[in-house]
Design a protein around this ligand. Structure first.
Ligand SMILES: [Zn+2]
Length: 243
């Protein structure tokens, strides 16, 4: 309840802060630090598009919803580009400076991908940050992306749809099974918001997909009809450390 209340009063205030920051620090490219654009053409030209979706499912197919229906346990994750320079610099920049313009520029690319692949959803939700990290950073960079994306594809953005039930450690440096254990059952979804709905679940980077998959299970357990992942970047596991 506290979180919902804080979100409702902080939204407009945070937007003003973001606009102020954009005015104080006029745009320079988040990829190379040069040029008068949030992402310059030279950096855009270096983006390497990801073809196809990463399909994640669970070997165990026996989970059941409280209604007795079998819970779906697969998720397709679509990503715009590979996590490599300059995309890694751009996403790190969004973590430490909440640039609305940069978020809108990336959201436009996600909206293009959504339409290009004819994806379908009823609502947009962001992978939530833990409360500790949220306090430390002051904002969730994925929410920053999800809001303009939802506007562009004309869907409601429901940040309260999914939340963390416990803090998790950073996934950096963990093995595949450690990553899965780290985020297992770390999320819960709001049945009222997601029951019967197709959820577009947004994150900045997908590496093994363990976090997105864990979120998807929580959403399915709360009755979601379908969960589709959408991320700015896909990282080749252990090819480049994610910060
Ligand atoms: Zn650049």
């Amino acid at each position: 309840m506290t979180l919902k209340w804080r979100t409702s009063i902080e939204g407009p205030f945070k937007k003003l802060v973001h606009i102020g920051l954009d005015l104080l620090y006029p745009p320079c490219c988040a990829g190379c630090g040069l040029h008068d654009a949030v992402i310059c053409q030279r950096c855009m030209d270096r983006f390497l598009g990801v073809q196809g979706a990463l399909v994640l499912d669970s070997p165990s197919k026996s989970k059941k919803h409280k209604t007795g229906q079998e819970i779906q346990d697969s998720i397709s994750v679509w990503s715009d580009v590979w996590y490599q320079p300059p995309v890694n610099h751009i996403l790190v920049s969004l973590k430490y400076r909440p640039s609305q313009q940069l978020a809108e520029s990336l959201a436009q690319r996600l909206a293009d991908l959504y339409h290009r692949e004819s994806l379908k959803a009823d609502l947009v939700a962001a992978v939530p940050l833990g409360s500790g990290r949220l306090k430390q950073r002051g904002y969730n960079q994925v929410e920053l992306l999800a809001r303009p994306l939802a506007d562009l594809i004309e869907l409601p953005c429901q940040h309260a749809a999914i939340f963390r039930t416990r803090e998790t450690r950073s996934q950096v440096g963990l093995t595949l099974s450690e990553r899965k254990n780290n985020v297992q059952e770390a999320f819960q979804a709001d049945e009222v918001l997601v029951n019967g709905k197709r959820v577009l679940l947004v994150d900045d980077v997908c590496t093994t997909g363990a976090t997105l998959f864990s979120c998807a299970l929580a959403l399915y357990s709360a009755g979601a009809r379908e969960v589709t992942g959408l991320t700015v970047a896909r990282a080749k596991y252990q090819s480049l450390s994610i910060v």
